[in-house]
Design a binder for this molecule. Structure first.
Ligand code: HEC
Ligand code: HEC
Ligand code: HEC
Ligand code: HEC
Length: 118
């Protein structure tokens, strides 16, 4: 193949990759996060899931634990401060961005999480 053809091919591929990135499902509530690029969540590139560190730039785990607190009797069902993992479970175990995701607790329990946006 000559160089011109290689360049043309690269351009075509580049275009499709960019399109598939654009077409990725996103959450309405994160619309403005995308304005500063994929890196605002993908701190280690898009081949890896975001670390908690990136989510915690904008969210606060102690605040979250308060927001999702349950009655005294059920307090360890709090997803953000629970019996097994405390506050230390990675966000991506329960929150999807480009695809729906159920909280990991649902693998074993039937707790109700009415505010969860799958
Ligand atoms: C640049 C800031 C920013 C980053 C980074 C970010 N978020 Fe958000 N997120 C927001 C804002 C703003 C909202 C809408 C207001 C709110 O609900 O706090 C939101 C909303 C949410 C909601 C939904 C709240 C609801 O209405 O139910 C979830 C869940 C969430 N973020 C999880 C995450 C996770 C997980 C990550 C990391 C992968 C993340 N966010 C990274 C700013 C951010
Ligand atoms: C608000 C945070 C956030 C932003 C912004 C974001 N992502 Fe993601 N991304 C996630 C989370 C969380 C996951 C893990 C699981 C999931 O929801 O798909 C993920 C997973 C991925 C994956 C691997 C899983 C898969 O679907 O193959 C790719 C690739 C990816 N993101 C690409 C992108 C690209 C490209 C952009 C920018 C257009 C972007 N992401 C912007 C949060 C984000
Ligand atoms: C791999 C399975 C598994 C997962 C995932 C799991 N649990 Fe459990 N959990 C158990 C087992 C086993 C017990 C002990 C037996 C019992 O009491 O049901 C238990 C007990 C509990 C209890 C005390 C008993 C009760 O039913 O109230 C709470 C609270 C609890 N888990 C919360 C959670 C929360 C919140 C999550 C998600 C962060 C979670 N669990 C994820 C298996 C799991
Ligand atoms: C064990 C699963 C689990 C983990 C881990 C988890 N979340 Fe959640 N999150 C939930 C569930 C479930 C809800 C909805 C609460 C309900 O229905 O009571 C929620 C709600 C939220 C909300 C909305 C709060 C509101 O007031 O409605 C935000 C924002 C959020 N999570 C961000 C995060 C971030 C950021 C992380 C990581 C630091 C994280 N979550 C870790 C399960 C989880």
């Amino acid at each position: 193949m000559n160089n011109k053809m290689n360049t043309a091919l690269a351009l075509v591929l580049g275009c499709c990759l960019a399109l598939s990135a654009q077409a990725r499902d996103k959450r309405d509530y994160h619309e403005m996060v995308y304005d500063s690029g994929c890196k605002s969540c993908h701190d280690q590139g898009t081949k890896t899931y975001p670390s908690d560190g990136s989510c915690l730039q904008c969210h606060d785990i102690d605040e979250l634990a308060k927001q999702t607190a349950r009655s005294e009797e059920d307090k360890w069902q709090n997803p953000h401060n629970n019996l097994h993992y405390g506050k230390d479970l990675p966000c991506v175990e329960c929150h999807g961005e480009h695809a729906p995701k159920k909280p990991i607790c649902s693998n074993c329990h039937t707790f109700k999480f009415d505010k969860h946006k799958e």
